[in-house]
Write a new protein. Structure first.
Length: 349
């Protein structure tokens, strides 16, 4: 390892902070030796705080309608070849019932930005889940909304919110989204969520079109400064019905490298080994856990609609029953020395 890189790594381990140029150099100089070194340190920190426990979140993808036209996303409004669906309140509660019986104590309600789900409708669903399962955490991932909406959902019982920033560069953001979407608004939403009191999750795509090493460094610096409770990153995977269909997919290797760095930046952060990581490589989620991740998010959505929530091509686990998916994942996690636990999985301080 070069002496300059070694000094940067030691600074990161000691201070959990680097200058933007140092993050960029760490990305440019990635090597098997450096990746292994950072992975070992990330795993040491994760084990020190969370042991070998892996938190499970039950993902319920309740609507694939979306008003936006993000260039990378398969459920974008202009994809007319997608079968659209919305789950009813009863169907969502059925997913929670099944998940609770399987040991899930966090439910993640995710959808496109669907105007059908007004504050009134969504608050009712959240409050019903909270009333029925008071010992469970409710996480929302429903995009950009108003401050009043976020507050109402928080008051109804939602405690966590996932809103991927996608990129910490405004110029890069503009290359990934249509003109009417605003980088400033996305970042402001994250700040509002934090101020209200949510546990906030952000995240970004790895190897997305037009992404530079400097962009990735900006993402790492943003995470360092914003200090999210959760951070979800996964490789870019193209979808055949999007403007980015011809761009190459990202890699598990770089994604895992960045997971390790994020764990070192924020030792107690909640880091998922994402479905996208499991899609890009057969053992992607295992690689993520061995690089410092400590969360997995199996799908609790009804089998009939899973293939329709197609953010990218070839998404895994679209044909597995929830119980089958949970059993399979448990075995795979145990095979690498970890264990899933029945727990809300709050961030440890």
């Amino acid at each position: 390892m070069k002496s300059e890189i070694y000094s940067i790594v030691q600074k990161l381990i000691k201070t959990h902070s680097l200058e933007l140029e140092e993050y960029e150099l760490l990305i440019k100089e990635r090597s098997p030796e450096l990746q292994s070194f950072l992975q070992d340190e990330a795993c040491r920190l994760r084990k020190e705080i969370y042991g070998t426990e892996v938190y499970i979140r039950g993902l319920i993808e309740f609507s694939n309608y979306c008003k936006n036209n993000c260039y990378y996303c398969g459920i974008r409004a202009e994809n007319t070849r997608l079968h659209r669906y919305r789950l009813t309140e009863e169907e969502i509660l059925d997913c929670c019932s099944q998940g609770y019986d399987l040991g899930f104590r966090t439910f993640v309600l995710q959808s496109g930005e669907d105007n059908y789900f007004t504050d009134e409708k969504l608050c009712k669903i959240v409050s019903q889940i909270k009333k029925k399962y008071p010992n469970c955490a409710i996480t929302l991932s429903v995009g950009e909304r108003t401050k009043e909406s976020y507050q109402a959902l928080f008051d109804a019982g939602a405690e966590r919110y996932l809103l991927r920033h996608e990129t910490a560069s405004e110029d890069h953001y503009k290359k990934l989204h249509p003109v009417k979407m605003s980088y400033t608004n996305r970042i402001n939403c994250l700040a509002v969520l934090r101020k209200i009191g949510y546990a906030v999750g952000c995240g970004f795509m790895v190897n997305s079109p037009f992404q530079t090493e400097k962009n990735l460094a900006q993402d790492l610096k943003f995470i360092e400064e914003f200090k999210p409770e959760m951070c979800g990153i996964g490789p870019f995977i193209p979808h055949k019905q999007t403007p980015f269909s011809i761009y190459p997919a990202g890699t598990a290797s770089l994604t895992c490298y960045l997971i390790s760095i994020i764990r070192i930046i924020s030792p107690n952060i909640l880091l998922p080994a994402t479905t996208a990581l499991g899609t890009i490589a057969p053992d992607g989620r295992e690689q993520g856990l061995l690089s410092g991740a400590n969360v997995v998010m199996p799908n609790l959505s009804p089998l009939a609609v899973r293939k329709d929530y197609s953010l990218y091509d070839n998404k895994i686990c679209t044909g597995d029953e929830s119980a089958q998916c949970r059993t399979c994942l448990d075995k795979r996690i145990q095979s690498i020395g970890f264990k899933t636990v029945i727990d809300r999985g709050d961030q440890l301080r």
